[in-house]
Design a protein around this ligand. Structure first.
Ligand code: 13P
Ligand code: SF4
Length: 332
C-alpha cells in the first residue's frame, strides 16, 4: 500500500530522536494509523466518497447501508467513521456501547441540513396517519420522528413493505423521492431537500460528453435530478453502480455521483474507463463532496490519538431513532 509520507526528514513514525517530540510534518500517517488501530482496538469504517488514500486505510469500505450493517457487528471498542456526521450518528445509535470517532466534526451533509427537526415535525403533523420514511442522510432527530429509515440501496424494498392503503411521507431527498414514486408507483408526500453534489451535474454537458463518447454508458445515483436520471442507462446506489460496472459488458462509463467512487470502480475494473459526469460550474470541484473530503489521514491519526471528536447522543434519542433503523436492517 502506498505510504503517504509528508515532509523531507524521515524519522520513526514522526518521533524526532533529538527531543522525542512528534513532528507532524514527518509522520508516516499510514503506518501510525495502523499501529494506533491495534493499540486502541479501533476499526475504520469508510464510505466510497472518501479520498483514495483514506479508502485505502479502511477495514470496511462501502455504501451507507453496509456501514450501518458493519457498525452493528464490529467487535472492536472504537469505530472511526470516515464519512459524514449522520453516518457516525447512525453507528452510535446502532451500537451505543462503542466509542464512535469522526475525524472532522464539521463533516456534515447538505441533504441532512435541508431538513431541520422542528420544521419537519410541523410538516408531518399536517398529514396524520401517514407512514414516515426517512432517507438515512438525515439527523438522528429526524430518524426519531420516522417509522422507517432507508438507504438508496434498499429504498424501493422499504417503500414496498408499506401497506398500499397507507399514505407515505418521504424525507429529506426530493430527487430520490421522485425516483421512488416512478419505481414503485406509490404516491408520496415529499420533503423538498436535496444534495448539493448531485444537483450540480449539468444535463447539457453530460449529453455533449455522451455524444463524444458513444461507446460509454451513463450511470447515475438516484440523488441526481430527474432530468439527469431520465437519460441514465443505469440508476443505483454507490454499491449498485459499483456492482453494475463489474457485471456489465461495456468498457466505458460516465458516472454521475461523488467522484470518490471512481477509485474503487477503477480498482475492481482496471481495464475499463470511468469518466466523472461534468458539473455546471467548472471552477469548483463540485462532484467531490466538500463535507466528505474534510477527512484526511492527518485528522484520522489525530482522532485516534486524542480519541476525539466523539459522537455522543442522548439515550432517549438513541432509543427513538434506533427502532426505524432496526426495521430497515431487518428488511435488508
Ligand atoms: P449510498 O451510500 O447509499 O450510495 O448514498 C450516497 C450518499 O450520498 C452518502 O452520502
Ligand atoms: Fe450529503 Fe451529498 Fe455529501 Fe452525500 S454527497 S454526504 S448526500 S452532501
Amino acid at each position: 500500500m502506498k505510504s503517504f509520507r509528508v515532509g523531507s526528514i524521515k524519522r520513526l513514525n514522526g518521533i524526532n530522536p533529538k527531543n522525542n517530540m512528534m513532528d507532524r510534518d514527518s509522520i508516516d500517517y499510514v503506518q501510525s494509523i495502523k499501529d494506533l488501530k491495534k493499540e486502541k482496538n479501533a476499526v475504520i469504517l469508510c464510505h466510497y466518497y472518501q479520498s483514495p488514500e483514506v479508502q485505502e486505510l479502511a477495514d470496511y469500505l462501502g455504501d451507507s447501508l453496509y456501514l450501518a450493517q458493519c457498525a452493528a457487528k464490529v467487535t472492536q471498542n472504537t469505530i472511526v467513521l470516515a464519512g459524514v456526521h449522520f453516518m457516525a450518528e447512525t453507528a452510535k445509535i446502532i451500537n451505543p456501547s462503542k466509542k464512535v470517532l469522526i475525524p472532522d466534526l464539521n463533516a456534515g451533509c447538505s441533504l441532512a441540513d435541508s431538513c431541520p427537526p422542528k420544521e419537519f415535525k410541523n410538516f408531518i403533523n399536517q398529514y396524520p396517519g401517514s407512514t414516515v420514511v426517512s432517507y438515512i442522510n438525515c439527523a438522528a432527530e429526524i430518524k426519531a420522528l420516522s417509522d422507517l429509515v432507508c438507504t438508496s440501496t434498499n429504498a424501493k424494498k422499504v417503500i414496498e413493505s408499506i401497506p398500499k392503503n397507507k399514505s407515505i411521507i418521504f424525507a429529506p431527498d426530493k430527487n430520490l423521492g421522485n425516483y421512488l414514486i416512478k419505481e414503485t408507483g406509490r404516491e408520496m408526500i415529499l420533503w423538498e431537500g436535496s444534495c448539493m453534489v448531485h444537483e450540480a451535474f449539468s444535463l447539457e454537458k453530460i449529453i455533449n460528453l455522451a455524444r463524444k463518447n458513444p461507446d460509454a454508458k451513463f450511470i447515475a445515483h438516484p440523488e441526481s435530478v430527474s432530468s439527469v436520471l431520465e437519460i441514465a442507462n443505469f440508476i443505483g446506489s454507490t454499491s449498485g453502480l459499483l456492482k453494475f460496472v463489474q457485471n456489465d459488458s461495456s468498457k466505458k462509463y460516465i458516472v454521475a455521483t461523488e467522484s470518490g467512487i471512481l477509485h474503487e470502480m477503477q480498482k475492481k475494473c482496471p481495464n475499463k474507463i470511468f469518466i466523472p459526469a461534468p458539473i455546471e460550474d467548472e471552477t469548483c470541484a463540485c462532484s467531490e463532496c466538500a463535507y466528505m473530503r474534510l477527512n484526511t489521514l492527518q485528522k484520522i491519526y489525530n482522532c485516534l490519538i486524542n480519541e476525539s471528536p466523539q459522537v455522543n447522543l442522548d439515550s432517549k434519542l438513541i432509543k427513538k431513532s434506533k427502532a426505524p433503523i432496526e426495521k430497515m436492517l431487518a428488511l435488508s
